[in-house]
Write a protein that binds this ligand. Structure first.
Ligand code: SAH
Length: 366
């Protein structure tokens, strides 16, 4: 028997579980097999992930072989891993076409937050972001997004089981909505990864059509918006996307979002950390009842920016709070492992044009 070329096999991991079940039922019916076996296979896709069809031990060897001929169960290749002294682990995965993406696992008490990527590279070129500096490569598929979570469940020695997901790895999730939308289903669906919608956060620069699409989902997924500056003039210098999606429209979208949003505000020394910035930020946050997260800049690979010192961050936080806004300073995690957005890939592969490798990094947990 010759095996079919990869492209003609249906990828069972790139569709919602209901659709996978339908495909499997049709396949089983055509073979004269009982269709309840579809449920058994669906169980192996995400709930207790199988490394391959051969590992689906409650099915006959014959059926497993036939499934492998008809369907694809692709994997992401784990290229490297870095471990931080604080328990944070950062993984670099290679995709079928050679692209590399990052996933960070951040333990915090009972929680295990995974910071996942939605694109290889990013087109947005935010001035302080390592991913932006490497440019856009391509969108990830739904399977490549949710597959990051699946791969960590398949780690041979000690599986990592995510309790929380943040789309704060590489890329802009709302510029890849169709795949991200399916990935949200895979993350949340009880027959897939089963992570509660309120434990899944999409972080965006403020892509307006994407915010509308996210709001239209019935599940209570959380929205975080990267604000970083309280005026168009300043925001435009940090985030070129502000021309397309200006602050007033982003704030308006946040106000219309039917759940409470979080503002992300990366603090850049001498740039966006003055008292008047705190006052203006508080006014914006009040306007849409947002929660504000102040993020310490990680200096690695941040192109000339310097972090606001801790006491400056505290003063800024107090001033935002005095404006009647709930505000917190995020803890930096993975400081010793280049865990900030894009930094591991930059170390391994280099951005274009190449620059010296970064020594440090961080991740901020929503
Ligand atoms: N495109 C999405 C997700 C990207 S990363 C977005 O922009 O929201 C998640 C957050 O990390 C964003 O707020 C981003 O601006 C921020 N970030 C990127 N590099 C950083 C760095 N070196 N230090 C601090 N925050 C950073």
């Amino acid at each position: 028997m010759t095996s079919l070329p990869v492209s003609s096999r249906q990828n069972l991991l790139d569709v919602p579980p209901d659709e996978a079940r339908r495909l499997l039922e049709a396949f089983l019916a055509a073979r004269g097999e009982p269709t309840y076996r579809a449920g058994q296979v669906v169980d192996w896709l995400w709930r207790r992930p199988a490394a391959d069809f051969a590992a689906m031990t409650n099915l006959s060897a014959d059926l497993r072989g036939a499934l492998a001929e008809a369907f694809d169960l692709p994997r992401l290749t784990r290229l490297t891993e870095q471990r931080s002294a604080d328990g944070t682990r950062k993984f670099l995965f290679q995709l079928a076409d050679g692209q590399a993406i990052e996933t960070v696992a951040i333990p915090d008490g009972d929680r295990m937050t995974l910071c996942i990527s939605s694109q290889a590279g990013c087109a947005l070129k935010c001035a302080f972001c390592a991913t932006g500096a490497m440019g856009f490569q391509r969108n990830l598929s739904a399977f490549e997004i949710a597959g990051q979570v699946r791969e960590l469940l398949l780690l041979p020695d000690a599986p990592i089981k995510a309790t929380n997901i943040v789309f704060m790895g590489m890329g802009e999730p709302l510029m890849n909505w169709p795949a991200v939308s399916t990935a949200l289903t895979l993350l949340n669906h009880p027959e897939a990864l089963g992570i509660g919608a309120r434990h899944i956060t999409i972080s965006t620069v403020g892509v307006l059509p994407g915010i509308v699409a996210l709001a239209a989902r019935p599940e209570q997924f959380r929205l975080a918006i990267s604000i970083h500056a309280p005026s168009d003039a300043l925001r435009g210098t940090l985030m070129p996307v502000n021309v397309k999606y200006p602050l007033a429209e982003v704030i308006d979208a946040a106000r219309r979002f039917d759940r409470r949003v979080t503002f992300e505000y990366t603090m850049l020394g001498g740039v966006n950390d003055r008292p008047e910035h705190a006052d203006a930020l508080a006014a914006l946050a009040r306007d849409c009842q947002a929660f504000v997260n102040l993020i310490p800049l990680h200096p690695g690979g941040t192109m000339g920016f310097t972090p606001t010192p801790p006491e400056g961050m505290q003063a800024f936080r107090r001033r935002v709070a005095a404006g009647g806004v709930e505000v917190a300073i995020r803890r930096s995690r993975g400081l010793d492992i280049a865990a900030a957005c894009g930094q591991l890939r930059v170390e391994r592969i280099g951005r274009r044009p190449p620059r010296p490798p970064q020594q440090h990094g961080h991740v901020d947990v929503a």
